[in-house]
Write a protein that binds this ligand. Structure first.
Ligand code: ASP
Length: 315
C-alpha cells in the first residue's frame, strides 16, 4: 500500500525580520530552500526511502554557503569550525551522530555512515574524522569552509563576548550580507517509514568542545515510526534541556496528542518558559506536517503528496 508521503526542511530560526533581508537576498534563500526541498521530494516520489530523502535535502543545504552547516559553518571562539550532525530512522530507531568535526564536506553523510556501518551511535572529534576517511567520504580543506561574512561575524561576536545564534547576529551587524542557520530535514516515505536529520556549525563564537542539540539524538533530532520525525533549530543548550525531539514524540505516544498539539506544547510553552528560542519541523506517521517556531522567523519549506507546498521565512 502506498502511504501519503512528504518532506519538510529548515535552514535555521532566529531574529529574521522582513526588514533585514533585501528582496534579492530573500529570493536567494527561498531558491536554496526550494532546491533542497525538490531534491528530497524527488527521492520520495521515485519510491526512495525517507532516509535518502533527508540526506539528499540536507546535503544540498550543507553545500550552500548561505546556511550554517557544512560549507557555511560558523567560527568558534578559536576561529575554527566544529560541526555537529545527526540522523535517525524511525523504522528501527537506528541513529547516528557526529560532533566537533572538521574538514568533512557533508557531516550528515558521516552521521549516516556511523548509523549504518558501525556499532556506535555518537562519535566526536578526530575519531569521527578518521571514520570519514575510512568510509571514503569527501573531505575538504579549511579554505572550502572559509567565508568572509562568517569571519566578520565571528570577529564581532568575539568583541561582544559570548556565543550567538547565527541568525541573531544580523541585528548586531548592519551588513547587507546576512546568512543564517542550522539545517534539517524530516520525511515520510511511501512505505510509511519516518526519518529525521540535522546538521550545523553550531553557535558563532562557541567555546571549542561545545556540543549543541543538533548532534544529540532525542534533543535536536528524533524519529519513531509510531509517532513522528523531528528536526530542531535554536539555542541548543535549551533544546537539550527540554529534550525537544523526544518530548514531542512522547506527547503523541503516551498522551495521544496530535502532532500540532504536541508541537505547540513543546515549542510555544515548554521552550518559551525556559527562554529557549527557536523552532522545529515535524512530520507524523500520517503525513501531517508542522513547522512551529517561537522566534521572529524560521527558514522553512514543506511538500507533501496531497499537493501542498510551502517555502517561507517570516512569521
Ligand atoms: N541548535 C544549534 C546549536 O545550538 C544552532 C542553530 O539551530 O542554529 O548548535
Amino acid at each position: 500500500m502506498t502511504h501519503k508521503f512528504g518532506i519538510a526542511i529548515h535552514g535555521g530560526a532566529g531574529t529574521i525580520l522582513r526588514s533585514s533581508l533585501t528582496p534579492e537576498r530573500e529570493k536567494l534563500y527561498k531558491d536554496a530552500l526550494h532546491t533542497a526541498l525538490t531534491a528530497g521530494y524527488s527521492v520520495l516520489t521515485a519510491g526512495g526511502s525517507s532516509l535518502d530523502a533527508v540526506e539528499t535535502a540536507i546535503r544540498s543545504l550543507e553545500d550552500c554557503p548561505l546556511f550554517n552547516a557544512g560549507r557555511g559553518a560558523v567560527f568558534n571562539s578559536a576561529g575554527k569550525h566544529e560541526m555537529d550532525a545527526s540522523i535517525m530512522f524511525g523504522k528501527n530507531l537506528g541513529a547516528g551522530a557526529v560532533g566537533l568535526i572538521n574538514n568533512v564536506k557533508n557531516p550528515i553523510a558521516l552521521a549516516r555512515k556511523i548509523m549504518e556501518n558501525t556499532s556506535h551511535v555518537f562519535v566526536c572529534g578526530e575519531g569521527a574524522e578518521e571514520y570519514a576517511k575510512a568510509f571514503g567520504l569527501e573531505m575538504a580543506d579549511d579554505a572550502y569552509f572559509y567565508d568572509e561574512f562568517r569571519y566578520q561575524q565571528w570577529q564581532q561576536s568575539h568583541i561582544a563576548g559570548g556565543a550567538f545564534l547565527d541568525h541573531n547576529l544580523q541585528s548586531a551587524n548592519a551588513s547587507d550580507e546576512k546568512k543564517f542557520g542550522t539545517v534539517g530535514a524530516v520525511a515520510l516515505d511511501k512505505d510509511g517509514n519516518l526519518a529525521a536529520g540535522t546538521s550545523t556549525g553550531g553557535m558563532t563564537n562557541k567555546n571549542p568542545g561545545r556540543l549543541g542539540d543538533s548532534a544529540v539524538i532525542g534533543a535536536g533530532t528524533y524519529a519513531n515510526n509510531n509517532t513522528c520525525a523531528i528536526s530542531c533549530t535554536g539555542h541548543g543548550e535549551l533544546f537539550i534541556r527540554a529534550v525537544v525531539g523526544h518530548d514531542v514524540s512522547a506527547l503523541i505516544e503516551y498522551k495521544n496528542l496530535s502532532l500540532a498539539e504536541a508541537c505547540h506544547e513543546v515549542v510555544m510553552k515548554k521552550l518559551v518558559q525556559i527562554e529557549g528560542e527557536g523552532g522545529l519541523i515535524a512530520i507524523d506517521k500520517h503525513g501531517n506536517i508542522e513547522l512551529p517556531f517561537n522566534s521572529e522567523g524560521m527558514y522553512r519549506a514543506m511538500k507533501s503528496s496531497d499537493g501542498r507546498e510551502v517555502v517561507a521565512i517570516y512569521k
